[in-house]
Design a protein around this ligand. Structure first.
Ligand code: PRX
Length: 654
């Protein structure tokens, strides 16, 4: 979908407009369209006004220092993120309000933490981490399922100034180990396991495997997920290194003064895929990040005191960082958190949760919406969704059909939809409707958030109606660098045009000035809203002893957006059997994780290459999608493509 020009032309003929509904605008956090102009008058002042809503131990003396590509925000200011997410609510009327309502995948498991509860446990765990020798600046890796301890661990790190690196629980031991080593983490926090579709994922066993090759790890903390320790097979605690979370907490004091952090101290590192085989450690700092996640959560999700806010992402991704933990808690919201799958034990599980807890604001990914559509209206129709008042999407372009379905079936035709464009690197929402202001149009993320400047540029850096999406002015929550590799930071984002951030996305602008983000223009796939580098999958494939060469491209998928299609040449004398296909798929899962599993593996005698030896991925994408194959005149051997296409069709892989 993302690269298909026809589909995009269809999008642009979309002319339905949905202004903020009656009654919504009146109550909205922002309802005045002048907000854009006000912010434009002085964008630094605009952000400073938001920063003033946070609690600072020391005021800043300079709002922004911009020495491209390095920005510093709120210089001289000191604050603590955990203090802003917890203490200031505990010091006010919200102290006994639910901060986190958690439901496990088993329907009878629930835990509710008030702000005060959360504060207590975060302080205890922060002290426990200190007891393990973790101090300001030390990196802590977090490899947890969607349980409250994930948020607690992040906040505990923030409290003592230890940057965390959360690794999604679906990543393989090898991926986890690579991330731990790149960050030089001292402590790893994991759990015995977590539920997914009724199965227990053995996280501690995976962590043990990773730690075999992680010399910097001194301690590992293991949360007992709560299904009885004996039920999780393979949990082995290594004396001296491994500790049960509940034992550490039991002995820890709940008094832990927050570390006054510099606005430009590192808050966290989060690894994301790029165009090489090695993931990038995106570095986010403290003051600017918190300011923008705080502001965008409040305005984009129109947070009101009586809201029950649910973002269905995993904390392993940036959406979980910014819009489950830091943004909502900084706002004093009541946050819903769910551990498991949307179809377990039945396909109405999400709607059951919405009904049960009276969810009012719901934020999810287009891929999930397309799955819900496929499952049919009968599931949501069984539940009372009348408390919902605002819906959001993120992660990939949403097709208008899915948008309309979301609007009608889930939103009952009355809820505005905020289609939010942003990235791990931007830290917070950048392009989005404001639900009390913007007339939305299905498929468009509409306009930059106030204070943000985004443009569509061509290769020469000139403004165009169609081209690359670029961010042309610094923003508070922007990526500061790539951990340990500032050169890669400069090369990846800042080398295409002077002083301008290259997003890697293509975009167009319609007659109303709305932006339409089309998807990646680089070798990054978006599979079910997850970013996967084609080079990472290729490296995993060529790591297999049977493989000589591999090329990976995205193939259009009706639910996931894209799936992984791979073309593989085998070493001489090796036969491409069905068993080998299965083995190669599993090899990728073992190397990276299940999210990167190729859907198709096609063996070929040769890959289509230019005369200079570059693999022509464009042609492979055409083949994978069953389209007419584009221009082959630059190929060294055009025959390769035709035989590959025939082969692909014969094997019924389209
Ligand atoms: O291609 C864009 C797509 O997701 C990419 C960012 O992926 P990631 O860093 O994993 O962060 C995902 C969650 C913020 C972008 O470069 N993307 C994200 N949101 C949208 C989107 N594409 C179109 N519309 C969106 N709303």
């Amino acid at each position: 979908m993302s690269r298909d020009g026809d589909a995009f032309d269809m999008l642009l003929t979309e002319d339905r407009r949905f202004p903020p509904p009656e009654g919504f605008r009146e109550r909205a956090v922002v309802s005045d369209p002048d907000v854009y102009e006000d912010a434009e008058r002085d964008f630094q002042e605009y952000w400073a006004a938001w920063a003033e809503e946070l609690d600072w131990f020391e005021p800043w003396h300079t709002v922004l220092e911009w020495t491209p590509p390095h920005a510093q925000w709120f210089l001289g200011g000191r604050l603590n993120v955990a203090y802003n997410c917890l203490d200031r609510h505990v010091n006010g009327p919200k102290r006994n309000q639910a901060a986190l309502i958690w439901e496990g995948e088993p329907q009878d498991e629930r835990r509710v933490y008030t702000y005060w509860d959360l504060h207590r446990e975060v302080c205890q765990f922060a002290n426990a981490l200190k007891g393990l020798g973790v101090g300001r600046g030390d990196r802590v890796a977090i490899y947890l399922p969607m349980i409250p301890e994930a948020a607690i661990a992040m906040l505990a790190c923030a409290r003592i100034g230890a940057p965390h690196s959360v690794v999604f629980g679906g990543f393989s031991p090898e991926s986890l180990g690579d991330r731990i080593n790149d960050a030089g983490a001292k402590v790893l926090i994991t759990a015995d396991g977590g539920y997914r579709r009724g199965q227990v994922l053995p996280l501690k066993a995976a962590a043990d495997k990773a730690m075999e090759n992680c010399p910097t790890i001194e301690h590992c903390v293991c949360v007992a997920r709560g299904f009885g320790l004996s039920k999780v097979s393979g949990v082995h605690m290594t004396g001296g290194r491994d500790h049960w979370y509940h034992d550490l907490i039991a002995d820890a004091s709940a008094d832990c003064p927050p570390e006054p952090m510099d606005s430009e101290d590192v808050l966290y590192i989060l690894y994301t895929s790029g165009t090489t085989g090695k993931p990038k450690g995106v570095v986010h700092h403290t003051g600017g990040y918190l300011t923008q996640v705080y502001a965008t959560t409040k305005v984009v999700f129109d947070l009101q005191d009586d809201d029950v806010y649910w973002c269905s992402a995993d904390v392993g991704w940036v959406t979980g960082h910014s819009y489950i933990v830091y943004g909502p808690l900084a706002n004093g919201a009541t946050v819903m958190m769910y551990e498991g799958a949307p179809d377990w034990p039945h396909r109405g599980r999400f709607w059951e949760i919405c009904e049960k807890y009276g969810v009012t604001v719901f934020y999810t990914a287009p891929t999930a919406i397309r799955a819900f559509m496929k499952w049919g209206e009968a599931f949501p129709d069984q539940y009372d969704l009348s408390k919902l008042r605002l819906l959001g999407t993120v992660g990939e372009p949403i097709n208008p059909e899915a948008w309309i379905w979301y609007h009608n079936v889930i939103g009952g035709g009355r809820c505005p939809i905020v289609d939010t464009w942003w990235q791990t690197e931007t830290g917070a929402i950048m392009i989005t409707p404001l639900p009390g202001v913007t007339a939305t149009t299905p498929g468009s993320a509409t306009l930059p958030f106030p204070g943000i400047e985004a443009k569509i540029l061509n290769d020469e850096g000139e403004e165009a109606d169609a081209g690359y999406l670029a961010l042309t002015r610094p923003w508070p929550s922007m990526i500061r660098t790539i951990w340990g590799d500032d050169q890669r930071f400069k090369d990846t984002y800042w080398s295409k045009w002077p002083d301008t951030y290259f997003t890697g996305d293509g975009a167009k602008r319609d007659g109303d000035g709305n932006l339409w983000v089309l998807g990646r223009v680089d070798d990054v796939l978006n599979v079910a809203g997850h970013r996967i580098g084609t080079m990472e999958v290729e490296s995993a494939l060529v790591d297999h002893p049977a493989v000589a060469e591999a090329a990976v491209v995205g193939k259009t998928h009706d639910v996931k957006g894209e799936s992984v299609a791979s073309f593989v040449t085998l070493k001489d004398g090796i036969e491409g059997t069905d068993e080998l296909v299965a083995e190669l798929k599993q090899h990728v899962v073992d190397k990276i994780g299940a999210i990167a599993r190729p859907e198709t593996v096609i063996f070929t005698g040769a890959l289509p290459k230019t005369r200079s030896g570059k693999i022509m991925r464009r042609l492979l994408r055409d083949i994978a999608d069953g389209r007419a194959v584009g221009d082959t005149t630059t190929l060294a051997d055009p025959e390769v493509v035709m035989s590959l296409k025939n082969r692909y069709e014969e094997e019924g892989k389209i």
